[in-house]
Design a protein around this ligand. Sequence first.
Ligand SMILES: [Zn+2]
Length: 87
Amino acid sequence: MAAQTRKYWKALKCPICGQRAVFYVTMEAVKDATQYPVPFEVFHEDHKFLIYLDSGLLISRIEEPQPTLSSTPQPTKKKKTKKKKTK
Ligand SMILES: [Zn+2]
């Protein structure tokens, strides 16, 4: 059997949507690291967030999502055009 890349499964609460996010990391994520912790992008549903892994692939910390980027589509706020009552 060929040496497979071992997957280390992780589960945490997604900082963006608050749902449980399950993903895996491999040693590939940290093998070229020159310093720790190593930033690692986690893709969850249709968004992503950043975590930091230490040399043992443990989650060192979770990066809070960046404040709205200009490219991020904002949920359409229902704009209620308040029309002044003309009487
Ligand atoms: Zn999420």
